[in-house]
Design a protein around this ligand. Sequence first.
Ligand code: GDP
Ligand code: MG
Length: 297
Amino acid sequence: LQGYVGFANLPNQVHRKSVKKGFHFTVMIVGESGLGKSTLVNTLFGTTLYPGKGDVEPTDETPKTVEIQSLSAEIEENGVKLRLTVVDTPGFGDFVNNEESWKPILDNIEERFDAYLEQENRVNRRKMVDNRVHACIYFIAPTGHSLKPLDVEFMRRLHTKVNLIPVIAKSDTLTEDEIKQFKQRILDDIKSHNIQIYQAPQYEYDDPETIAENRDIINKIPFAIVGSDREVETSDGKKVRGRKYPWGVIEVDNPDHCDFVKLRQMLIRTHMEELKEYTSDVLYENYRSEKLETMGV
Ligand code: GDP
Ligand code: MG
């Protein structure tokens, strides 16, 4: 199963449209250091990512601000190619004063909107490059309590600019009951702060199986994530991607153990086109009209 992605299984119509346009999907990953962002990136795509053209190579120097590192990979499954860009943001929340941790991230998202806007205004619009961020996975520390002020501030600043998908990091450190309660508390917090996370639509015209699959994915938000880029051996000798404990193995790819598979399905199979469309038709359009208004156009 390693490396299995699933975009070749997209519903036919969506699939054909995407093949014609070329798959190009950009995901941003945000959260405090040590929560497993880099590990998830590797787990998610089960492939080696390389620095994109013109991007800064990762270094060991301690940065003084949030860095923006963009990595790209071309993944192929059953002859279908996907160019995937993952934008990592090391440094977020690492400083004595984190009041403006969200700022470089917002700036980066808006720069990408600006780059798109600039292309739209060109005479020749045949070769548009879409580097807009289609989804932002936000890592919440597995405290079991509630959202931190840093989480609330980030989401409040960004929710009108990007599709926010909150996840519980390192959920193997919580029990099943704790996860259940923590999820509810996170959703309550999000609601009471009027934060708009990504609302995955339910398609009524789908077949019952797809509707059930969608509902199952949506009900798992915020996804409880376990990441691992290593294989471990289960008690019956199976080799799986997971994390080993004295009492057993947590399998990354087992939906009974964590929500990793659901997150991947949502991003790459069930909601990829929808995330792109919402980014383009709503988030970008709002940004664009506001910008043109302030410019007096
Ligand atoms: P980042 O700073 O957010 O990029 O975090 P890393 O991916 O570098 O992970 C930090 C540490 O946490 C490493 O030792 C990982 O092996 C470990 N780690 C990553 N994901 C998980 C997880 O899901 N569960 C547990 N228990 N540890 C994890
Ligand atoms: Mg990292």
